[in-house]
Design a protein around this ligand. Structure first.
Ligand code: PLP
Length: 381
């Protein structure tokens, strides 16, 4: 069946007790066992290990990404932490995209480095640079594409071919495009991670994360961490995320169409010095954007003449767009990554990878496109 049918129905059965069409919020810690010998016969014992509402979401997300299985977490960062814990030991090396969400960079440099894990932040848009960064002790390659916030792309098939030849798992943060537009496992990747906080929820209501694996064996390794560290998603968050998933494709199509129109408006505006959106002809990796994904997403960034001061003035005064950290919601959000999402990335590293001081990140929501453009026109003056 098609994606839009599956985003509604996959993983969800009418409740066996009441017929409720929505999977109930199984707000319980404990599951009574029929007998000692039948322990776990129904699949549940304790909600840190598994919960039926969370399980419904896991089955849905595994199906949408085309994976063997999925485990869900309290946040996107908890999902990435589970990935690191499952794959990395002291003395191991991990390669990460040099442009990635600031929290991923912080987890690597401020936490895992304390436990003897080494990291290389490589330009994963250059497959040769990925090859050059691999070492004998490399145990994980994590790419983020499009990357937060510069939207730099990684050639997923090329990097997967490289890692597969070396027996190293390739994990992809697919938060920006979601499986509706991009399915890394079909391109050869082994693991997909998500901040479900973003497009799966879509309504600024929850924080959550997911790890989807190509094999059951990889899922077993990551799920072991989920239980051992107690980072499973809550049933209420899973319930809300299940509802968000039902409209994912519809929201993303509409938000992406608006993003393209907004990017074109900004590109033609005399006060805008640079616009970056994968759907623009001017996008540096336009061919890759078209070949490995079926849509361009709803994230873009731009710079205003006058640099940082003008960018800040715009973000402070703009109507309709909310100045906020999140992305992927029906509400349009505008963010200053240097102060907000990427504040923990060292200044020199930010400049090296193109996260400029004046970069204004826009997450295009579901409001009328004309209203969003009018608000930008007004704020640009
Ligand atoms: N990955 C990406 C690409 C993100 O943008 C974010 C958050 O902004 C995360 C992971 C972390 O997710 P969360 O905020 O749900 O912990």
């Amino acid at each position: 069946m098609g994606f839009t049918t599956r985003q509604i129905h996959s993983g969800v059965e009418p409740d066996p007790v009441s017929g409720s069409i929505l999977t109930p919020i199984y707000q319980t810690t404990t599951y009574v066992q029929d007998s000692v010998d039948e322990y776990l016969a129904k699949g549940y014992s304790y909600s840190r290990s598994a919960n039926p509402t969370v399980r419904a979401l896991e089955v849905k997300l595994a199906d949408l990404e085309g994976g063997a299985d999925c485990s869900c977490y309290g946040t996107g960062m908890a999902a990435i932490n589970a990935l690191f814990m499952a794959c990395l030991n002291a003395g191991d090396h991990c390669v990460i995209s040099d442009v990635a969400y600031g929290g991923t960079y912080r987890l690597a440099t401020k936490i895992y480095s304390r436990f003897g894990v080494e990291f290389t932040f490589a330009d994963t848009s250059d497959t040769d640079a990925v090859a050059a960064s691999l070492r004998d002790n490399t145990r994980l390659v994590l790419t983020e594409t499009p990357a937060n916030p510069t939207l730099k792309l990684t050639d997923l098939a090329a990097v997967s071919k490289l890692t597969r030849a070396r027996g190293i798992p390739h994990a992809v943060d697919n938060t920006f495009l979601t499986p509706y537009y991009q399915r890394p496992l079909e391109l050869g990747a082994d693991i997909v991670v998500h901040s479900t906080t973003k497009y799966f929820d879509g309504h600024n209501a929850t924080v959550g994360g997911a790890v989807i694996t190509a094999t059951q064996d990889l899922d077993d390794q990551v799920r072991f961490v989920q239980n051992a560290t107690g980072t499973i998603m809550s049933p209420f968050v899973a319930f809300l995320t299940l509802q968000g998933c039902k409209t994912l494709s519809v929201r993303l199509e509409r938000q992406s169409a608006s993003a393209l129109a907004i990017a074109q408006f900004l590109e033609a505006h005399p006060k805008v010095t640079k616009v970056c959106y994968p759907g623009l002809e001017s996008f540096a990796q336009a061919d890759l954007a078209r070949s490995q994904a079926s849509g361009f997403g709803a994230m873009l960034w731009f710079e205003v003449a006058g640099g940082l001061a003008s960018g800040k003035a715009l973000m402070d005064c703009i109507d309709l767009w909310s100045l906020a950290e999140n992305l992927g919601s029906v509400e349009s959000l505008i963010t200053h990554p240097v102060t907000m999402t990427h504040a923990d990335v060292e200044e020199a590293e930010r400049h090296r990878v193109g996260i400029t001081d004046g970069l204004v990140r826009a997450s295009v929501g579901l409001e009328d496109t004309a209203d969003l453009i009018d608000a930008l026109r007004e704020a640009l003056g």
